[in-house]
Design a protein around this ligand. Structure first.
Ligand code: ADP
Ligand code: MG
Length: 600
């Protein structure tokens, strides 16, 4: 056989490397911002068009590049930041791999403009798919501008794989926030499709956090400081009462680099122990400084995990520092008190006396009885997903609500019975149906909202006194990108200043007092859902609204209300499961009932 091994051409090698470095537009944003920070810029401007699919441009006033460096910057393994492997253990820059620009240039149209301080004129280079198309002398201010256009233009599979603009924009905002929060001494601005998303003046950490997350954040922050030989810690935690149901606002920086650490996150969560309701996550912004040789930055281009030499000690220091601050600012005692009536207890137990627990035993149970062995509870479960048994056999394809209920009982009050303020028991032709009122109502509302969104039939009630709420930019952007869906449900918004939203109309079915928590939960849910891959935002809105507005278990319902839930549930397209896939009802057929009476 002849020789078959050969070296890949550079542009192919670069494309392969690009697969690692550039996963989505936000990866480009991260690399370009980091390069600008490494170039000691004091002003950094980010311009994005169509969620970065059309354009990502970063303009900085850093130290720029000479004409030779400008050309070299696009070679693979070309870096000015380290010289030898030992330098990896003494990193003072974000970059060190020398891969980013080569990778980006392999999969996009790139235009670089740059000038150093000691040069009269600057350099402009254009590259397409690793090929240098032109290099010219231009006049340019000191600093660098890199424009990345048509990302993945030569890898259609990757381009098609990108998510909707609103999701890609949220990822970009994430990267922007991380860079901006790590470097409050640098002024940042961010424009998306010519609208100004952020305008952040240089300042201290507190000012930066408040500018990024909205002015309401200020009152929430409790400062943290600790100096030890191993680590110095500064930053803020949010008072426990501002904890969130989503994990969003949790930021760790080590030597000004955004990092993720489940281990250190645990240190913080455990410092908050007993102060947060279940399902709530503390908000924090912590800046750790350790000697560069005690931290091992992940060599992988997109991983944000790092290793600390003294991780266990750092864990203990963080935990005790936070506990101390919580105590010092008297956050803890106040909260302990409030907690008693606001957290932890499931809704329907909150106002009840504690009784003696009852133990229910199935007196019939005999493990040696074959019937029991082959007849596990599963049998019931199976019928839940099959609605046919509750209709007459020959009528299985009829509209679900026709003939469903026992005619004699229908429209009489005893048509239904509420058990434990949670289950509605109804009589149907084939026997009994037992509905979980919350799950059933979620299904009804979910289908209703979906119909409204798809038909765009909006029913909105105007608010006499419009409601102003303060949101962060991520939330504002999310609403903007889904505005037509929000409107078709019945919301009407006006966007005021940068982070204030005016609600001028709300869906007919929603009470004014519900609106703020509803919207906050809705935005939380939508942001959480962006992380899961197979998600449609329209569906997400409908699910979240349904979850938040559905009648809670534990609510007493009038006969009319019970009846309306029964009827509306069985007019749904998929009455038997909740939007989250749980069973909404179970049935017990006459046969089953008769068997139960016979089995003695
Ligand atoms: P790395 O940042 O790992 O060194 P990059 O591919 O991101 O690799 O950049 C290659 C080199 O190009 C950098 O080492 C730096 O010298 C130069 N460079 C990139 N961006 C800028 C910028 N905005 N200002 C000045 N120099 C830059
Ligand atoms: Mg870099």
């Amino acid at each position: 056989m002849t020789d078959i091994i050969h070296l890949l051409p550079d542009h192919v090698a670069n494309q392969i490397a690009a697969g690692e470095v550039v996963q989505r537009p936000a990866s480009v944003v991260k690399e370009l911002l980091e390069n600008a920070i490494d170039a000691h810029a004091t002003h950094i401007k980010l311009l994005v068009k169509d969620a970065g699919k059309i354009l990502i441009q970063v303009i900085d006033n850093g130290f720029g590049m000479s004409p030779t460096d400008a050309r070299l910057a696009f070679e693979r393994h070309a870096t000015s930041k380290i010289n030898c492997a030992e330098d990896l253990f003494n990193l003072h820059t974000k970059g060190f791999r020398g891969e980013a620009l080569a990778s980006i240039a392999a999969i996009a149209h790139v235009e670089l403009k740059t000038k150093t301080d000691n040069q009269e004129l600057g350099t402009q280079i254009t590259i397409e798919g690793s090929k240098v198309m032109s290099q010219e002398v231009i006049s340019n201010p000191t600093g660098t501008s890199i424009a990345v256009k048509n990302l993945f233009y030569n890898i259609p599979a990757r381009r098609n794989f990108l998510k909707s603009n609103s999701i890609e924009t949220l990822h970009i905002i994430d990267e922007f926030q991380r860079a901006a929060l790590a470097h409050p001494d640098i002024a940042f601005s961010f424009y998306h499709n010519d609208s100004n998303v952020y305008q952040l003046a240089a300042g201290n950490f507190r000012q930066r956090i408040v500018n990024v997350f909205g002015k309401k954040t200020n009152e929430k922050l409790v400062p943290i400081t600790e100096e030890t030989e191993l680590v110095s810690i500064t930053g803020f935690i949010a008072k426990p009462e501002f904890a969130k149901k989503k994990r969003g606002e949790q930021f760790f920086f080590a030597n000004n680099r955004f990092i993720k650490s489940n281990y250190l996150n645990h240190a913080i969560t455990s410092a908050f122990e007993g102060l947060l309701g279940s399902g709530y996550h503390p908000t924090y912004f912590l800046y750790l400084n350790v000697p560069p040789n005690q931290i091992d930055i992940n060599i992988h281009p997109t991983k944000t995990e790092v290793k600390f030499e003294n991780e266990q000690s750092i864990y203990a220091i963080i935990k005790s520092t936070i506990k101390h601050s919580l105590g010092q600012y008297q956050v803890a005692p106040i909260l302990d008190f409030e907690q008693n009536n606001s957290f932890d207890l499931p809704y329907d137990y909150r106002n009840k006396m504690v009784g003696i627990p009852k133990i229910e035993i199935d007196a019939n149970f005999n493990p040696f009885n074959d019937n029991f062995k082959q007849n596990p509870p599963l049998k019931n479960w199976e019928t839940l997903y099959d609605t046919t048994p509750i209709f007459d056999g020959n009528n299985a394809n009829a509209q679900p609500n026709e003939n469903l209920f026992d005619d004699q009982a229908n429209s009489l009050n005893q048509v239904s019975l509420q058990i434990r303020n949670t289950y509605i028991l109804g009589s149907i032709k084939s026997g009994l149906v037992m509905i979980n009122q919350n799950l059933a109502h979620q299904r009804i509302l979910y289908e209703d909202f979906l119909t409204k969104i798809t038909l765009e039939e909006s029913t909105s009630q105007a608010l006499i006194f419009p409601l102003s709420i303060n949101l962060n930019q991520q939330e504002i952007q999310l609403i903007k990108s889904l505005i037509s869906d929000f409107e078709s449900i019945g919301f009407r918004f006006e966007f005021k200043s940068n982070d204030d939203l005016l609600i001028i109309g709300i869906p007919l079915t929603v009470k004014e007092s519900q609106i703020q928590p509803l919207l906050e939960n809705l935005l939380d849910d939508l942001q959480n859902q962006t992380e899961s891959s197979n998600f449609s935002q329209v569906d997400g809105i409908a699910k979240s609204m349904a979850k938040n507005l559905a009648i809670k278990n534990g609510t007493s319902l009038s006969a009319k209300e019970q009846e309306s839930i029964l009827n509306n549930l069985f007019s749904c397209k998929e009455p038997n499961i909740s939007p989250q896939g749980k069973a909404t009802f179970i049935t017990l057929s006459i046969d089953d009932i008769e068997k139960k009476f016979k089995s003695f």
